[in-house]
Design a protein around this ligand. Sequence first.
Ligand SMILES: [Zn+2]
Length: 133
Amino acid sequence: MDYVSRTDAKAETAIFHQNKMALKYGRRDELTFYILLHEIGHMMLCQNSRMYEERYNAVFEAFNSASITHKVKRVEEELDAWKTGFKLSKRLKLYVNRRRFEQIKSRCVTTYLMWAVDRKIKKDKQNDGSNRT
Ligand SMILES: [Zn+2]
């Protein structure tokens, strides 16, 4: 795994075949940490190549990338990466604020869902109550 302190990445990504991941620079530490857990989750899913092939790639290859079946499988992989990252934090006994983690995960998952159904998120609908006390 390579570490690059600065990146121009527009979005976070795990590039398994290059053993790299890119995270946006300058985010709050807590947000970066939860997104890092998610990206590590992707790496862990990819590590088990037989499982990855059966669970995800078989569907990716069988369906056109514009099809809803292909897109929903991508969303499933994203959800699994969040779940895997969270489990890793538990295993390593790393502190995760569950409420914040779920909020950040939900915000990201919403973008995947909107992408899958080819919709844009309305700016005034983004507030999920995270500012409530
Ligand atoms: Zn992801």
